[in-house]
Ligand binder design. Structure first.
Ligand SMILES: C[S@@+](CC[C@H](N)C(=O)[O-])C[C@H]1O[C@@H](n2cnc3c(N)ncnc32)[C@H](O)[C@@H]1O
Length: 450
């Protein structure tokens, strides 16, 4: 209990919002923490870790609970289920709170939420878990590889199976392990108006640890800070939160100073602003997205960056815009996708994916690519990118596009670091895999209009 706010209750509310109301985890956590701004740093960190950890390890945790409870997790009332899950996360993965306190707090919370008669059940399950979880037998790797990987890395079986078929056992396991790794935040130091060194000095002066991120000299990993909103380098627009994989998009697009660039799915504006910076304030980046809410996010970033050559507009990329026909030197189609490449940052993605959603996404992506093709000038460039590792959304869409539009793939080797060059980059595309390339999972293809 801190200043009248029960952190366990906060955790429960956040988890229910994510699971029952479908909220994104980072938004549910951010909203709850900004409501209780006076919470000390340590308590904020505790709430964040328990929420994120409970979500990341849900399948693993449910396996433990189901091994000791007569009622399986899927039959429990949602508040009881989340109270048990978050308590088991603390018992299994955190040393900060003694086991007995974890159990007592969970029982008290169940009572407070009106489940007086379930107090003995919550108490019984948690005390048994605390006593016996280390002797629990997990699925056998030899007998059932899919189930073993699913429980160990808390990944739904259909996704494990799909990746085993595409990427094989070794790569799949590397990706699964990487999704659960805690990572520092990656930022792009804007080189257009400041030197990287000045920006790093400003960060270090505020106690931030700054390390090199892979591949790009202006990409840095930052840690040891309480809130990014309090960092001068952030307030002054010297850094943008962006994964290296996403920075590679502007490298591969390689815009020239006076270009006209259309970014069809731009919010919150990471790649638009990067391209604007590479154009050193000249030319125009038309940053579009489907709703005013999304465009407001781009505007916020344009304002913070003080970017003069990026403009944000509401425009639905599935609706043909006659005024843009054959106008752009470069079109970026960074399309909405399944997001499997960023499961490490948004763990709820793994529990929400279905085959039907995936099929609908491919239809939407092709619809957007059809329009994107029309906006590229003759001999202009189209960049197609996603933050996923699904072949249907990446390579298969790329092949479909080439077969249906007057474009050809073009080598990206001159725009990327040597470590990333391969047979596919010589052809014109790059699939980055988590745990293999040290970035989020990401796909980028570069086409030239004939
Ligand atoms: C992968 S995100 C874009 C990230 C962005 N390019 C960046 O670097 O910050 C995909 C975006 O597509 C947008 N989107 C979805 N459907 C759209 C549509 N029909 N027209 C335009 N944008 C759309 C979503 O709102 C979302 O912001």
């Amino acid at each position: 209990m801190t200043n009248g706010i029960n952190t366990r209750e906060m955790i429960l509310e956040i988890l229910l919002q994510i699971d029952e109301e479908g909220e994104h985890s980072h938004i549910a956590i951010r909203n709850a923490l900004s409501k209780y701004q006076f919470l000390p740093k340590q308590e904020r960190a505790f709430v964040t870790r328990v929420c994120e950890g409970t979500l990341e390890y849900r399948i693993y945790i449910d396996y433990i609970i189901n091994s000791f409870s007569k009622i399986t997790v899927d039959k429990m009332k949602p508040p009881i289920r989340e109270i048990l899950r978050s308590a088991v996360y603390q018992l299994k993965f955190m040393d900060r709170v003694p086991d007995s306190a974890v159990c007592n707090e969970a029982v008290k919370l169940a009572q407070k939420k009106g489940f007086y008669n379930l107090k003995p059940f919550v108490n019984g399950v948690l005390r048994t878990v605390a006593r016996q979880m280390d002797e629990l037998e997990y699925p056998s790797r030899e007998k059932n590889l899919v189930k073993y990987l699913s429980v160990k890395y808390s990944m739904p079986e259909p996704l494990v199976l799909r990746w085993l078929n595409v990427y094989g056992e070794e790569t799949t396991e590397k990706m699964l392990a990487d999704f659960l790794e805690e990572k520092s935040l990656t930022v792009r130091c804007r080189t257009y108006l400041n030197s990287v060194e000045e920006t790093c000095e400003s960060l270090r002066a505020q106690g931030v640890t700054v390390e090199d991120a892979p591949y790009l000299p202006y990409a840095k990993k930052i840690s040891d800070f309480n809130h990014i909103l309090a960092l001068d380098a952030f307030i002054q627009g010297k850094i943008m939160v962006q994964d290296v994989s996403s920075m590679l998009v502007a490298e591969i697009a390689n815009p020239s100073k006076g270009d006209y660039v259309i970014d069809l799915c731009a919010a919150p504006g990471g790649k638009s602003l990067h391209m604007g910076d590479k154009m050193e304030g000249f030319g125009t980046v038309d940053a579009r997205d489907v709703s005013q809410y999304k465009v407001d996010l781009i505007e916020e970033n344009i304002h913070r960056a003080g970017a003069i050559n990026v403009q944000a507009k509401v425009k639905d990329a599935t609706v043909f815009d006659v005024d843009s026909e054959c106008q752009a030197d470069i079109v970026l189609a960074d399309v909405p996708c399944s997001g499997y490449g960023v499961i490490g940052k948004k763990p709820e993605i793994k529990y929400r994916s279905t085959a039907q959603k995936q099929e609908e996404l491919v239809i939407l992506q092709r619809n957007i690519l059809d329009k994107a093709a029309e906006y590229v000038k003759p001999r202009g460039v189209l960049i197609f990118s996603t933050c996923t590792i699904a072949k249907e959304e990446n390579e298969e869409n790329m092949m479909w596009f080439m077969n249906n539009h007057p474009f050809k793939l073009e080598s990206i080797d001159e725009y990327i670091p040597d470590e990333l060059k391969s047979e596919t980059t010589a052809l014109g595309y790059l699939q980055l895999l988590p745990g293999v390339h040290g970035t989020d999972g990401f796909f980028i293809a570069r086409f030239r209009r004939k």
